[in-house]
Write a protein that binds this ligand. Structure first.
Ligand code: CUA
Length: 316
């Protein structure tokens, strides 16, 4: 689970991706030069206070009216420092944010209050909240918003990107190591902004291909037992108006795609581990778990919840 501490340390300390390394490099130079400026200005102020302090009450200090040499050199020096940093900032920006042109995105993210829809145009895979990418590859992310302004930020993988209704933004992302990276929505977007976590799972290309292939397929539907009853109930309760389960008539796009829900590690954008007990708690009273979420509360009997949970957790 992501903590603010890990968000902070990952911002300053690690370089898990080329984008983050460029930002880190720029930040380090800023820190060094800004510290030097701070130390010299403070030092000079202290020195001048001491050196030119009044020695007795009647003494009048010498009045001076400018010194062209000092003024010109200070102006030139500061302009040079600012100029160098402007150059470094612009080159870093171009380095980490190359135009996407007409290239097809590898991953299309649609931000919703309060979850992430994740689509892979090249393989037709669809999922939510847990973003799989191949390790060591530059991956093109495109962002859209379904409602308000959100902001995608996985500190270890580089810069932030605003997600703006009616517009498309993009980001190149590359993970150097095969592991999980965590991030969060970093633009206040309503009641559950804090629970809009991001999980990026970088894995070897082969494993990624297998995952994508699997997640592009429609769900295998249970033929009998409690799960099959759950499937019927799911459709009877019109859950499919908001959720998609590919291969069935459920094709809603308001809530997360549930086609392979059973394969995800977490529920509700990282809020809960994905298991039967938590799914049950969620179905019993969504507002108790994630207040403000657009999932309505259905008054369900225990038996019905059982059927739904069995069906949904079996979707793999
Ligand atoms: Cu989405 Cu904050």
């Amino acid at each position: 689970m992501v903590t603010y501490y890990s968000l902070l340390t990952s911002l300053f300390l690690s370089s898990a991706s080329p984008g983050q390394a460029s930002i880190h490099h720029l930040f380090t130079w800023f820190l060094i030069v800004a510290s030097l400026v701070f130390i010299s200005v403070t030092g000079i102020v202290l020195y001048v206070c001491y050196r030119y302090r009044a020695k007795n009450q009647d003494e009048r200090p010498v009045q001076s009216f400018g010194n062209t040499k000092v003024e010109v050199s200070l102006t030139l020096l500061t302009s040079c420092v600012v100029g160098v940093f402007l150059y470094m900032t612009i080159t870093t920006m171009f380095d980490i944010q190359k135009p996407a042109g007409k290239q097809t995105a590898d991953v299309v993210i649609t931000a919703h209050q309060w979850w992430w829809q994740v689509e892979y145009p090249k393989s037709s895979a669809v999922t939510a909240n847990e973003i799989h990418i191949p390790v060591g590859k530059r991956v093109l992310f495109k962002f859209k918003s379904a409602d308000v302004v959100h902001d995608f930020w996985v500190p270890e993988l580089g810069r932030k990107m605003d997600i703006i209704p009616g517009d498309t933004t993009h980001l190149w992302i590359q993970a150097n190591k095969a592991r999980e990276y965590t991030g969060a929505c970093s633009e206040f977007c309503g009641a559950q902004h804090a629970w809009m976590r991001i999980h990026v799972i970088a894995e070897p290309q082969k494993q990624f291909n297998q995952w994508a292939e699997k997640n592009a397929r429609p769900a295998e539907q249970p033929q009998k037992g409690i799960a099959a009853e759950g499937a019927k109930l799911f459709h009877r309760l019109t859950c499919g108006n908001c959720h998609s389960i590919r291969g069935t008539s459920a094709d809603g796009t308001i809530g997360p795609d549930l086609t392979h829900l059973g394969n995800r590690k977490t529920l509700l954008t990282g809020l809960l581990q994905n298991n039967k007990a938590n799914l049950r708690r969620w179905l019993e009273d969504p507002q108790k778990i994630k207040k403000g979420a657009h999932m309505p509360r259905f008054i369900l009997e225990d038996k019905q919840v059982n059927k739904l949970v069995t069906y949904l957790e079996g979707l793999k």
